[in-house]
Design a protein around this ligand. Structure first.
Ligand code: HEM
Length: 378
């Protein structure tokens, strides 16, 4: 079909290694995106209900969540870059074509991410000033979900070479979208519902910070635990919808793909445990570090399983259309691969060190008193 000619430069590392690194970094990217989506939802809820009930504690719960969102956003972006590099290297002939076809919306992601970042900072300062942040938080949620839609659109279009020619003839300037594909909405919904899961688990984790009051903890636990449990059930529904929306040849190929089957099973097993662990904490408004970490770990494993399954869908679809990802020339440059891995480990060590520094730092005051703000010590 219409895949451009093969790239004359061979792949600089073995395909299996690139796929492995792509899966790990994409699972991390998805986790960060999902935490961000869930945090925005919780901020909308706690801030608006807190203001209408004039509950300083509930508004403070929204502040505890919002205050960490700018840092979260850096993780969303920085953990998005490695999978972007891997997807371009492994599937360049597919993703470059689809990105050009929807070039205007694809490039608009850069502006939308900047807008999102700005909104997130505004949310924090608005809550800190004791003002209502619902409109800003809703707008940020809308922008974030919109960015996700553009990604879902491109990741679907890259699998549809049969429509590229007609789309190019329709608009060579890239001022168009790709709509009507039955697989796009379920895969987008899957990540958005994951927002309920990860955002809730993140709130449970935050509820274990020693310096926040019991009232704030209770709000974070009840809302976080219940939201994560409901989100896990919804995500199972979305996973089924993703599978059922695939064409017959893909479902058939997935049945014969061991890695995709392992991914699917891993997802089902770990998302069920996540729902239980989160539901328990939410209904009883209790939490502790081991429980909160278990929830986040099982949710991360579920996401990894989904990433493996998603990869199976992509490879099966492209293979059927004449693109075999495994059939590309490779010329491993081991010194560069080694340097990459070394830098990766150094980054992990630095992250660990930063977390230790944070742990030793003086705890900030995160209490918001309505109409009168207690200065948040940063
Ligand atoms: C708020 C910002 C963002 C949101 C909400 C978001 C959301 C998403 C979603 C929903 C997908 C899955 C699409 C699908 O498969 O259907 C995705 C995939 C992806 N995202 Fe993000 N994303 C964001 C920012 C970024 C940034 C800044 C980058 C890169 C610098 C990035 C890189 C990627 C890549 C490379 C993939 C697909 C990787 C693959 O298929 O192998 N994302 N993102």
């Amino acid at each position: 079909m219409s895949f451009p000619a093969i790239d004359p430069i061979p792949l600089p590392a073995p395909i299996w290694l690139m796929k492995l690194l792509s899966h790990v970094t994409l699972a991390l990217h998805f986790s960060a995106v999902m935490i961000l989506v869930g945090c925005l939802l919780l901020v909308c809820w706690h801030n608006s209900v807190g203001h209408s009930k004039k509950s300083s504690e509930q508004v403070s719960a929204s502040f505890v969540i919002a205050r960490r969102m700018p840092v979260l956003m850096t993780f969303v972006i920085n953990l998005g870059i490695p999978p972007l590099l891997f997807v371009q290297t492994l599937y360049g002939r597919a993703i470059y074509s689809s990105s050009v076809l929807i070039g205007v919306s694809w490039f608009s992601v850069i502006l939308l991410v900047m807008l999102d970042y700005w909104l997130i900072y505004r949310i924090v300062s608005t809550i800190e000033g004791g003002r209502k942040a619902l409109p800003l938080a809703l707008l940020a949620l809308f922008v974030t979900m919109g960015i996700g839609q553009i990604y879902a659109m491109n990741m679907t279009l890259m699998l549809r070479p049969e429509v590229w020619q007609a789309m190019y003839q329709h608009s060579p300037s890239g001022l168009q979208g790709y709509h009507g594909d039955p697989t796009t909405t379920p895969r987008w919904m899957f990540v958005m519902c994951g927002g309920l899961v990860f955002g809730g688990l993140w709130a449970l984790m935050l509820s274990n910070m020693g310096h926040i009051g019991d009232g704030i903890k209770k709000y974070l636990r009840t809302s976080g635990g219940c939201m994560a449990a409901v989100g896990a059930l919804l995500q199972i529904g979305c996973a089924l919808a993703v599978t059922h929306s695939q064409p017959g040849f893909v479902t058939e190929a997935l049945g014969a793909n061991m890695l995709a089957k392992v991914g699917g099973l891993l997802f089902v097993a770990t998302i069920a445990v996540t729902a239980l662990v989160a539901g328990l904490q939410g209904l009883k408004a209790i939490s502790n570090i081991p429980l909160a970490v278990t929830g986040l770990l099982t949710a991360f494993l579920a996401t990894t399983g989904a990433v493996l399954y998603r990869d199976g869908i992509r490879d099966a679809t492209l293979l059927h259309k004449g693109y075999n990802v495994w059939n590309q020339p490779e010329y491993a440059n081991w010194s560069v691969v080694g340097l990459f891995l070394l830098l990766f480990v150094i980054m992990l060590v630095i992250l660990f060190w930063l977390l230790m520094v944070m742990k030793k730092a003086t705890a900030p005051n995160e209490t918001i008193t309505l109409n009168k703000t207690v200065e948040a010590g940063r």
